[in-house]
Write a protein of this length. Structure first.
Length: 171
């Protein structure tokens, strides 16, 4: 495993299970990430996101009273571009194709299957930092272009016409 300096990253964990929060904190600390915050409710998230402005969000997909889709709407439709383009990794135990399709369509940057291993999480963070995605926006999708291409292959979204503007491709 290649060694990268991740110490300057600010990570926000969105998770309602204290056990999982502790597990993620241990992993992230092992990567030398020093600034780690946690929220367990939707109202905590809305209060924390603007103040903390994380470099990465790790969110469970299914939580008590809210879900990852609500988190993604608040991130991708935020008027602050610093928030809108925050890399967001969904963590889920779902394996059904329709659920995975729904998660990807929400605009997450990556989907990590449970159980999460430290090596997998580290490699995904490093891969993202080394090769950040280009984002695309359309009537039914706003998120990383690579997910759009996957969804197109699966005939979920038709992205026939694209117009490029900065780091966002408009559909």
């Amino acid at each position: 495993m290649q060694n990268y300096n991740l110490s300057a990253l600010k990570v926000l964990i969105v998770e309602d299970s204290s056990f999982m929060v502790q597990l993620y904190r241990i992993m992230l600390s092992a990567f030398q990430i020093k600034t780690i915050e946690h929220v367990g409710t939707l109202s905590e998230f809305t209060q924390k996101i603007e103040k903390f402005q994380p470099d990465l969000i790790l969110t469970d997909w299914e939580m008590e009273g809210f879900d990852g889709e609500e988190i993604m709407r608040l991130v991708r439709h935020n008027p602050n571009p610093r928030i809108t383009f925050t890399p967001t990794f969904a963590i889920s135990s779902f394996t059904e194709a329709k659920k995975i399709e729904s998660i990807l369509k929400s605009g997450v940057d990556d989907l990590i299957a449970k159980p999460v291993s430290a090596a997998d999480l580290y490699n995904r963070i490093a891969r993202f930092l080394l090769s950040p995605p280009k984002y695309v926006r359309g009537p039914d999708y706003f998120g990383p272009e690579r997910n759009l291409k996957r969804l197109e292959r699966e005939k979920v979204i038709d992205a026939a016409t694209m117009e490029e503007e900065n780091d966002v491709v408009w559909l």
